[in-house]
Design a protein around this ligand. Sequence first.
Ligand SMILES: NC(=O)c1ccc[n+]([C@@H]2O[C@H](COP(=O)([O-])OP(=O)(O)OC[C@H]3O[C@@H](n4cnc5c(N)ncnc54)[C@H](OP(=O)(O)O)[C@@H]3O)[C@@H](O)[C@H]2O)c1
Length: 163
Amino acid sequence: MEAIVAVFSDWGIGSAGTQQVVLRADRKHFRELTEGAAVLVGRRTMEDFPGGKPLKGRHNIVLSRQSLDIPGAEVVHSEEEAVLAAEAHDRCLIIGGASVYRRMLPWVDTVHLTQIDLRPVSDSFFPDLDADPDWVCSECGPWLEEENIHYRFCTYRRRISKE
Ligand SMILES: NC(=O)c1ccc[n+]([C@@H]2O[C@H](COP(=O)([O-])OP(=O)(O)OC[C@H]3O[C@@H](n4cnc5c(N)ncnc54)[C@H](OP(=O)(O)O)[C@@H]3O)[C@@H](O)[C@H]2O)c1
């Protein structure tokens, strides 16, 4: 599975249930990478989507421990159920939030990461992949700029075990 996330320089990803900074270029990048694929999302992050509804043009798999009926989404109740649901699709990207990234990381081999060169106060964080020997930054594009905010698109990959 893949994950897609925008991180600040301290690996913060959000505060009070939302993203403090959203770049237009990053939205476009997100759309391009997820269009037509399945996306796995936590119930809280889905509530922060426009209208609190699943994303159009993708198969939405929502993780929740509650029995919810969400029109336009498939609801799963555990990590194992999420993996089974994801396996039914050619491509599934984990799109957050913090708890879902953390719980599902063992099944992820590629992370599409937008680095945003800011450090607002966050209460939600992505695991620090630079500090994790299982992960390597395989590609990093040039620094770009939008409204005086610097950002770049990187790809992290899980190192292949030599066992
Ligand atoms: N920067 C980015 O790219 C990015 C992307 C996405 C989100 N975010 C940020 O991340 C923050 C939200 O993260 P969060 O951790 O608070 O919420 P979350 O991960 O979006 O959702 C948490 C909810 O998911 C369900 N859940 C999680 N793990 C589960 C499991 N193993 N089994 C069953 N259900 C499970 C539970 O729902 P129930 O309570 O219904 O049981 C839980 O309360 C926000 O600030 C958001 O803006 C940032």
